[in-house]
Design a protein around this ligand. Structure first.
Ligand code: UT7
Length: 323
């Protein structure tokens, strides 16, 4: 049977760092509040003229380098983003062009913070069906441009960044010992659209709009939904929480990571935490965390990874991946 295996990772954060203390000079907040309630210490902000496609292209190039491949080897690009450079064309085709590719297929997926899990699942389906062989899956966002910088309940939480993986179709045995994506599960429930949304859009207001969130309610759903989908995904792979070497979570709030780990009886030292360094980068946060832990040597061949995310929609999902 065919498995989609991750053979390279890369990430990119814009140069400009915005620390909590600097934010506290412009809105009624404090470093203490932000650290205590979220774990966030800083976020990166894209420069003027630096777009989501630039962040995504930089992360993709690093992922290709780490896989030892070039754009010529890629036949599928899926970009998860809620902040494309333009309403259309898809950010994926912009990145395709920036990579110098005129072959293959490139398209975007809109599932906000869960976007990378959605994109990974679609790539897995297209690779394991035999339709494509080598894919770039990218999460790239410039959420700084969606924020209301006067709203302290949201502007302290998000940042810009990108992460990418290269996936290749390989032959597996069909057991949980295979390398690659072993199982994934996705969910959505549109009843909760109004708990986390942007108050504009090309088809309604004709403007981009600003991010709005009822944080406390999102938090409550997040821990339950994430713990459930993680358990469901492990069961689909024939595995249990004890088998997990590393949880690679969406980085929204340290307390969500702690609460979710507790529900699965997993110690926090098996959870990759990067939220302190870049805040919530939406679809970019899972591949940013993955790339960090691959490059610092924590993730080793054979490790079972459990990727998870939850975001606006609501959307949520998880994937079990053997490294
Ligand atoms: O990526 C998609 C998923 N998104 C998330 O997962 C976000 C989920 N939610 C959260 O992470 C948390 O709910 C927040 C970090 C957004 C808020 O933390 P909280 O502990 O739930 O705080 P709260 O909303 O209950 O607010 C507590 C207090 C309020 O004041 P009062 O009403 O108790 O007087 C807020 O007005 O904290 C106040 N507050 C702030 N104070 C200082 C809210 N934001 C700030 C702030 N600085 N930035």
């Amino acid at each position: 049977m065919i498995r989609a295996r991750i053979i390279g990772t890369g990430s990119y954060l814009p140069a400009r760092v915005l620390a909590n203390a600097e934010l506290a000079a412009t809105v009624d907040t404090s470093d203490e509040w932000i650290v205590e309630r979220t774990g966030i210490r800083q976020r990166h902000i894209a420069a003027e003229g630096e777009f989501t496609s630039d962040l995504g292209t930089a992360a993709a190039r690093r992922a290709l380098d780490s896989a030892g491949l070039s754009p010529a080897d890629i036949d599928l690009i899926i970009v998860a983003t809620a902040t494309p450079d333009q309403t259309f064309p898809a950010c994926a085709t912009v990145i395709q062009h920036k990579l110098g590719m005129t072959h293959g297929v490139a398209f975007d997926i809109a599932a906000v913070c869960s976007g990378f899990l959605y994109a990974l699942s679609v790539a897995d389906a297209l690779l394991t069906s035999g339709a494509h062989r080598t894919a770039l899956v990218i999460g790239a966002e410039t959420f700084s441009r969606l924020l209301d910088w006067e709203d302290r309940t949201t502007c302290v939480l998000f940042g810009d960044g990108a992460g990418a993986v290269v996936l290749r179709a390989e032959t597996g045995t069909g057991t949980a010992a295979d390398h690659g994506i072993l199982a994934h599960r996705l969910h959505s429930d549109g009843r909760y659209n109004d708990l986390l949304y942007v108050d504009g859009g090309p088809g309604s207001t004709g403007t981009t709009g600003k991010l709005r969130m009822k944080g406390r309610e999102v938090f409550r759903h997040a821990v339950t939904n994430l713990a459930n989908v993680m358990t469901e995904t492990l069961a689909a792979a024939g595995l249990a929480a004890d088998d997990v070497a590393w949880v690679i979570p969406h980085q929204a709030n340290l307390r969500i990571l702690e609460g979710t780990a507790r529900k699965l009886n997993l110690p926090l030292d098996r959870v990759i935490v990067t939220v302190q360094a870049h805040a919530n980068t939406s679809a970019a946060s899972v591949p940013l965390a993955l790339d960090t832990a691959v490059r610092d040597g924590r993730i080793k061949t054979g490790d079972l990874l459990l990727l998870e995310a939850m975001g606006g929609g609501f959307t949520w999902g998880a994937a079990a991946v053997r490294w």
